[in-house]
Design a protein around this ligand. Structure first.
Ligand code: CTP
Ligand code: MG
Length: 238
């Protein structure tokens, strides 16, 4: 029997949301930041590491914007139809990928709404994840004092920020394990908000890798100006 092929690295970009909090008729991933669609930047950033072999983008069924936004990449780029939740969109991409990849391949899941990912952060994340048994997520230690609110919106409790992190993307796991974890969440009617939560529910603990706060998720209208500033500060000419 031949030895198993060396694991490859794929990227999955869920881009099937409507961007309701942005309150714009065009889904936020298609708004232009620094003169280019947000999703085009996010896809290019997550494909910036030469180890990434191909990217799968999950789109809404009635998507009318992708063909104009599609970036040029050094690697393969495919699209699939996503679902009603981020989890369903990621799962649709993984269901497609199992036909191209192997269960032990790695998958880096990256939000279409994060166009400012630093290539250096991706490189370090992949270095850590690919050397780990489970995988790794980009994250930021919490720096503000944390409060739990009561139902009236008053401070009920101060929560220690020790060991508290903000989870960002990309999040990197084995294709087979991530697909199984998301599938079991989906089948049980549980909605997880990121891949690490699905893995955690399956008893698999991801490594936390310190990222940078400029890996902003464009969520509200005010984030557009901040995103423009970040791109300018990064000297982004891509
Ligand atoms: N996403 C997806 N499929 C969905 C919902 C979300 O692929 N059914 C994607 C979004 O396109 C985005 C990422 O998941 O790239 C993170 O989600 P979020 O920032 O919440 O985007 P939206 O769901 O589009 O925004 P909102 O929650 O404000 O509606
Ligand atoms: Mg959402």
């Amino acid at each position: 029997m031949s030895p198993p092929a060396r694991p490859r690295v794929w990227a999955v970009v869920p881009a099937a949301g409507t961007g309701s909090r942005m309150g714009h008729a065009t889904p936020k991933q298609y708004l232009e930041l620094g003169g280019r669609p947000i999703v085009a930047r996010a896809v290019q950033r997550v494909a910036s590491d030469p180890r990434v072999h191909g990217v799968v983008v999950a789109l809404r069924e009635d998507d009318a914007h992708w063909s104009a936004a599609r970036p040029r990449l050094h690697c393969a780029l495919w699209t699939v139809v996503g679902g009603d939740t981020r989890q369903a969109s990621v799962l649709a991409a993984l269901d497609w990928l199992v036909r191209a990849g192997e269960s032990h391949d790695w998958v880096a899941v990256h939000d279409a709404a994060r166009p400012c990912l630093r290539p250096d952060d991706l490189r370090v994340l992949l270095d850590v994840a690919l050397a780990d048994a489970v995988g790794a997520v980009l994250a930021m230690p919490v720096r503000d004092t944390m409060k739990r609110a009561d139902p009236e919106g008053r401070v009920a409790q101060t929560v220690s920020r020790d060991h508290l992190w903000h989870a960002l993307t990309p999040q990197v796991f084995r294709l087979g394990q991530l697909r199984a974890a998301l599938r079991s969440a989906e089948d049980a009617g549980r909605t997880v908000t990121d891949e690490a939560q699905a893995m955690e529910d399956a008893g698999l603990a991801a490594r936390l890798v310190v990222g940078h706060a400029d890996n902003l998720k464009i969520t509200h209208p005010a984030d557009m100006a901040l995103g423009e500033q970040i791109l300018a500060a990064q000297g982004a000419d891509d």
